[in-house]
Design a protein around this ligand. Structure first.
Ligand code: ME8
Length: 513
């Protein structure tokens, strides 16, 4: 069995999760469920990034100890997972002892191999904001954050990043799909071509972090600490031989586009320095915008995923975010867009198809249908072929992370099924040709079954109900030649996607706060 290790970024605990965080986590879960259906042994991890100046500051602004502050917000991230219906295998916190141990071990290895040295860091220091800036970043003699600056020099550990430029370029050349989508690779390559400087990987201006081994005045730079989480989850250092580990050999990091450099440049360089193979792929996506600006806690323009799940269900939120954002590009999140897609696709096209076909089977065939015994008509086979082709295309698009286009293909297959019902009018054949009516309904139920399997990774709750309704012994596996048993017994099914009336269907709830 092939193995795959799928990771989300670990999220900062300086504020509650919003739709942007929910999106990456949902994408990873959909991909993980799809991989399991394709026969992979999957490890899916997520978690929280809890050290650093930013967190220390947020905690002190709230008058709380950093650990307590991190505990509270990390719990909110963790509690979001069942609400979004995420099938993660691990949840990692950087304040856990298992992680601190991994970071210290990893540091020691980099040091032993000669890639860490003690030097001096100089720059214009903004005392109020506790951050360094280059001369070129100053605005009217002050820091870009508005604070008074003074030129400071302090002791600092460096990582010899400058030694990795050529190795990284060679690695990208040999692994053409390492940075995905490939256009993001160009930004990284030109960054390297401008010349890599050694990287400051310790700080002495605050304490909230993992102490540097043998020099606890310093704490480990938050990105070195955070990236190492991917090794902690994979059992390092006890599981020492990562290069022969079935998960590590196929690890895929999903990230937002703003953190590609950390994952595609610093992370492989750290790993190469420790003689550990770089990840298989860094897959980055675009941003959710709100009125044209990146949705982010600092801008205060965030949408709360919990509200959407409570009102419309996690399936509906999962479907919307995957379908709306063309993976890799930015997109707007709006309630009207959400309701529009929900009503037209989930309630009308797919929900209605299921309920009208199931109720015809119940009413006109006493809930019992059999596989057609005669040769199928041309219109039947062209319908079936249309669905099969769309399903195949959908799978290949999902494998390439084109999630919106994958759902578009399934929507197309659904529209073929609706056209087939409208054209064949099985209800009109009850008296005149009951056998033909039964054949049409069987063909429809079998195509609904295939479509629903493809929808399972995105809308798992509804899909499992429908699959079970059609075939109590269904398996969550994608078969080359998907077929139902020759005889099917089904009744009516509760309405899974009731239409949302935008006037009284929840809009008021969103104006509460
Ligand atoms: O960067 N649209 O954490 P973070 C889409 N701790 N995705 C978004 C988004 C938006 N508007 N806003 C956030 C960090 N995200 C580090 C990561 S990993 C070793 C350390 C998602 O809390 C997206 O995945 O700022 C983005 O990369 C991540 O949240 C950033 O989360």
């Amino acid at each position: 069995m092939k193995s795959i290790y799928i990771t989300t970024p670990i999220y900062y605990v300086n504020a509650k999760p919003h739709i942007g965080h929910a999106y990456t986590t949902i994408v990873c879960d959909v991909f993980a469920r799809l991989c399991r259906m394709l026969g992979y042994d999957v490890k899916l991890s997520t978690g929280t990034d809890e050290h650093g100046k930013k967190i220390e500051q947020s905690a002190s602004n709230s008058g709380i100890e950093p650990q307590k502050f991190a505990d509270d917000i990390s719990k909110i991230f963790r509690d979001l997972l069942p609400i979004l219906n995420i099938t993660n295998d691990d949840f990692i916190r950087t304040t856990e002892p298992r992680h601190k141990k991994t970071v210290k071990h990893f540091w020691k290895i980099l040091k032993e191999k000669g890639y860490i040295y003690l030097g001096e860091y100089s720059g214009w220091y903004d005392i109020r904001n506790e951050a360094y800036f280059d001369e070129s970043e100053l605005v009217d003699g002050k820091s870009p954050l508005g604070g008074e600056v003074q030129f400071l020099t302090e002791a600092c550990y460096f990582f010899k990043l400058s030694a990795f430029g050529d190795r990284l370029l060679k690695f990208y050349e040999e692994n053409t799909e390492f940075i995905y989508p490939v256009q993001r690779k160009n930004e990284i390559i030109s960054f390297i071509n401008r010349g890599l400087k050694d990287l400051a990987i310790s700080r002495t201006t605050f304490n909230w972090g993992v102490p540097v081994p043998d020099d606890p005045k310093h704490v480990v730079y938050v990105w070195l600490d955070a990236l190492t989480n991917y090794l902690t989850v994979n059992g390092y250092p006890e599981n020492e031989d990562q290069n022969n580990d079935k998960y590590w050999q196929n690890v895929i990091h999903f990230v937002g586009k703003e953190i590609v450099r950390f994952h595609a440049l610093y992370w492989p360089a750290f790993l190469m320095a420790a003689n550990i193979i770089p990840p298989k792929q860094i897959v980055s996506h675009g941003w959710w915008l709100s009125e044209g600006e990146k949705m982010s806690k600092s801008l205060g323009n965030v949408q709360d995923p919990v509200k959407y799940c409570k009102l419309f269900g996690s399936d509906a939120l999962r479907y919307f975010v995957l379908r709306e954002l063309s993976f890799g590009s930015d997109g707007n999140f709006s309630l009207s867009g959400f309701i529009g897609r929900y009503n037209s696709i989930l309630a009308n096209a797919y929900g209605n198809l299921c309920s009208r076909v199931f109720s015809l089977v119940k009413k006109n065939c006493n809930g019992h249908i059999k596989r057609p015994s005669d040769t199928l008509k041309e219109e039947d086979t062209s319908f079936i072929t249309g669905v099969d082709t769309s399903v195949q295309e959908a799978i290949s698009l999902a494998k390439k992370y084109a999630f919106s286009r994958y759902l578009e293909k399934i929507e197309y297959a659904t529209s073929l099924a609706n056209q087939y019902v409208d054209f064949q009018k099985p209800w009109a054949l009850k008296e005149t040709n009951p056998k033909r009516m039964q054949d049409i309904l069987f063909i429809l139920v079998e195509q609904i079954y295939k479509i629903t399997k493809m929808l399972y990774p995105v809308i798992p709750i509804a899909a499992e109900k429908i699959l079970k309704h059609i075939n109590p012994t269904y398996e969550l596996k994608i078969e080359d030649d998907e077929k139902l048993q020759d005889s099917v017994d089904i009744g009516e099914l509760e309405m899974l996607f009731p239409k949302i009336d935008a006037k009284d269907g929840g809009l008021d709830v969103f104006t509460d706060d």
